[in-house]
Design a protein around this ligand. Structure first.
Ligand code: CA
Length: 296
């Protein structure tokens, strides 16, 4: 009986050992399989993404590059024309000067021409003042620098019977103009409490190219020779001939200067406003010549 029991334990032990060995052996290959799968998995996992990205990136980068280059190229392509436009804009101002130059001849642009009274030809004329008389360039007053008139000079002693101021000018074509004189008077009469000279054709004649013109203008005199010079529109529109033209003003006898044949206004300058191209035919064009003729 004991011998049978011992044999039973031996058999059970042997089976257990066998079973143990069998489990270990089975586990081994089971473990090896996943171990083998692991590297197999790593390879494709690592290979796939690593290979794909680089392969994909270059073209992607190229596409991006091209995409980036494309817009970058477009702007420059667009810019040149824009810059050209800008250049054209810059060229425009450059074109303006020439446009401005012809503007002088532009019949649509009005221009102002000044003929300083001190630059007329005083040969043979003379006039009276409050305390003396002056002949020719002696009728010009002002130092040409500080005297508060245009060009620092003006004409006084503009009295009859020998005072007549001539303003010749030439025009490149026939047309129209506005005639203005800057004047003030030292001689005035009392008109209802106001001291003034009513300058009209009965006191001073105005001739345009030999034809006496009708006009009426009021010149307020305050007995100050250089204060309150103002512009007076004698003719809002008059005919200008092609070539030579002449504006002439002459003082007639009047009662504005007690004890003398008459009084006239002081004259700073004549102005013509016109779209024509005019040239004022000045006898002198600088104050030094006037001073030399005047003697001081
Ligand atoms: Ca003047």
């Amino acid at each position: 009986m004991l011998k049978k029991l011992l044999m039973f334990f031996i058999v059970v032990f042997s089976v257990s050992v066998f079973m143990a060995c069998s489990n270990t052996t089975t586990q081994a290959p089971t473990t090896q399989t996943p171990t083998t799968q692991a590297p197999t998995t790593q390879t494709p996992t690592t290979g796939a993404p690593t290979t794909v990205p680089p392969t994909t990136l270059p073209p992607t980068t190229s596409s991006s590059g091209n995409g980036t280059t494309a817009p970058t190229t477009v702007p420059p392509t667009t810019l040149p024309p824009t810059t050209s436009s800008s250049d054209s804009g810059t060229t425009a101002p450059t074109t303006v000067p020439p446009t401005t130059t012809p503007t002088t001849s532009d019949p649509n642009v009005m221009k102002e021409y000044i003929f300083e009274a001190e630059y007329v030809d005083f040969d043979g004329i003379s006039g009276s003042g409050w305390s003396n008389t002056q002949v020719e360039w002696g009728m010009v007053m002002g130092d040409g620098e500080t005297t508060a008139t245009s060009n620092g000079m003006y004409v006084a002693y503009f009295t009859p019977p020998y005072a007549s101021l001539k303003f010749p000018f030439t025009s490149s074509s026939a047309g129209k103009g506005e005639l203005i004189f800057s004047m003030v008077t030292e001689y005035a009469k009392d008109f209802s409490g106001l001291l003034m000279m009513i300058l009209d054709p009965s006191v001073m004649t105005l001739k345009v190219n030999g034809v006496e013109m009708d006009y009426q203008v009021f010149v307020l005199g305050d007995n100050q020779p250089t204060i309150d010079f103002k512009e007076y529109v004698f003719l809002s529109e008059f005919d200008i001939l092609e070539g030579e033209n002449l504006i002439e003003i002459t003082i007639l006898e009047n009662d504005y200067f007690p004890g003398r044949p008459g009084g006239g206004p002081n004259v700073d300058y004549m102005k013509i406003v016109s779209n024509l191209d005019l040239v004022m035919d000045l006898f002198f064009d600088n104050i030094e010549d006037v001073k030399m003729m005047r003697g001081y």
